[in-house]
Design a binder for this molecule. Structure first.
Ligand SMILES: Cc1cc2nc3c(=O)[nH]c(=O)nc-3n(C[C@H](O)[C@H](O)[C@H](O)COP(=O)(O)OP(=O)(O)OC[C@H]3O[C@@H](n4cnc5c(N)ncnc54)[C@H](O)[C@@H]3O)c2cc1C
Length: 398
């Protein structure tokens, strides 16, 4: 196993670095480096810049308009974007539903949906979870009944509710797991449906979280008419497609590159607060750094295996567990470094340029509490860490 980069790979890294440097808007990278609030416009502006270059679908094969990069090139691209302060690519379109459409959609669906995802023009949401169906996803109850309507052909009538829909307030399309059969094993009665969120009967209600942000939503479907041509693959085979997507989601969630960038920010905060020289605090930073390097090695091992043609996605759960714990830990250490100055929870401080009255401390520390609260989510979403441990026990350790 060779974990070092070849001269060609180093040159590729330089090329990406130069392009990102020249094209990433400074106001966006300022917000990312300081964990400030990113608007819809910020996220979509960057997505469209990448889309124009053909890199929003950076993991896509050339056949579908992607650059056709290998696993190492994809990793280098992700790392360079993260270190430069680019926002995370919102994964629901390019990382989640696109691979499903490529693998299981028909040619017409591929032509209809992939261009809007690749360009960053169409915002997708993920409609998997429901009240009572999170870890036990196969129990989804949102019902889709197939009917033939005069003049409108075959449609599904969808009724039910999704929840925890990330950034669903911006969603234009949503991919949903819906129940099309109630008999037999629950997994055998699920279908994968693409729903236009502008359809009559779809409504979105925000859920305000600990950090005061409405990052997630409830989405309700009340007799929503969905053309049958929006069904991916075969009816009642949706569980297979859903699992294909989840393996992509969990590898993506590990996000080691973001942790590397945030480690540097932690050091900056510790220096500004005068605790960097405190040996006990330095121990904590060192321990975190060792864990980040170890996670990076794990990611590189996966890449190395992929390069030599071995399938390693069965450790996606492991990457998710470690990656999410690390994300929580750096936010805890940032709070500790800033001490009492990080404690006031001032939501407005998430806005770039905020100059509010901050009692006694550095205003730069004001957004820390929001980030700390926000990152509690990481051990829950994308499949909770407890459930990931069960999967790792069954698939890796047994
Ligand atoms: C911020 C955020 C964003 C999200 N975004 C989306 C999204 O965009 N789209 C979407 O579809 N979903 C989304 N989710 C939902 C997410 O996938 C679920 O929250 C997650 O799968 C857990 O399901 P649950 O919330 O129903 O908890 P439950 O499944 O009810 O679990 C409750 C607790 O029980 C534990 N538990 C459950 N089963 C087991 C078991 N077998 N063994 C051991 N422990 C167990 C869990 O670990 C957890 O601690 C999001 C969630 C969050 C928090």
């Amino acid at each position: 196993m060779d974990l070092s980069f070849t001269p060609e790979e180093q040159a590729f890294r330089e090329e990406i670095r130069a392009w990102v440097h020249a094209n990433l808007p400074a106001d966006i990278s300022h917000k990312v480096h300081n964990a400030l609030r990113l608007s819809r416009d910020d996220l979509q502006r960057w997505a469209r810049i990448l889309g124009k270059k053909g890199w929003l679908g950076y993991a896509w094969p050339q056949q579908f308009g992607g650059p056709g990069w290998n696993a190492v090139q994809k990793h280098l691209f992700e790392e360079e974007c993260a270190m430069a302060g680019a926002p995370r690519i919102i994964p629901f379109g390019p990382v989640m539903v696109a691979p499903v459409i490529m693998a299981f959609g028909n040619a017409e669906q591929q032509q209809r949906f992939l261009p809007g995802i690749a360009s960053g023009d169409v915002w997708w949401s993920q409609g998997y979870s429901e009240p009572g169906s999170g870890s036990d996803l196969a129990s989804v109850k949102t019902r889709a009944e197939r009917k033939t309507l005069p003049g409108r052909g075959d449609v599904y009538i969808v009724n039910g509710q999704k929840t925890w829909t990330t950034l669903g307030q911006y969603g234009e399309w949503i991919f949903c797991l819906v129940r099309t059969n109630t008999e037999g094993k629950p997994q055998a009665g699920i279908s994968f449906l693409l729903i236009d969120m502008k359809s009559p009967g779809v409504s979105v209600r925000p859920i305000v979280l600990l950090d005061g942000e409405a990052e997630v939503n409830e989405v309700f479907f009340d007799n929503v008419e969905v053309p049958a041509e929006n069904l991916i693959g075969e009816e009642n085979k949706g569980w297979t497609y859903a699992k294909h997507l989840l393996s992509h989601e969990r590898t993506n969630i590990a996000d080691v590159n973001r942790s590397k960038r945030e480690l540097e920010r932690l050091k900056r905060i510790a220096k500004a607060e005068g605790v960097y020289e405190d040996l006990r605090f330095r121990d904590e930073i060192a321990r975190l750094e060792v864990d980040i390097v170890a996670l990076e090695m794990l990611v590189l091992r996966v890449l190395s295996a992929e390069k030599s043609g071995k399938n390693s996605l069965d450790i996606a759960g492991l990457l998710k567990i470690r990656g999410s714990e690390i994300q929580q830990r750096y936010s805890e250490l940032m709070m500790l470094a800033a001490g009492p100055y990080s404690l006031p929870f001032i939501e407005e401080a998430m806005e770039a340029g905020w100059q509010g009255d901050f009692p006694g401390g550095l205003a730069a520390n004001a957004p820390l509490a929001s980030t700390y609260f926000n990152l509690r989510k990481t051990t829950i979403y994308g499949g909770s860490n407890e459930v990931q441990r069960n999967i790792v026990a069954q698939t890796v350790l047994s």
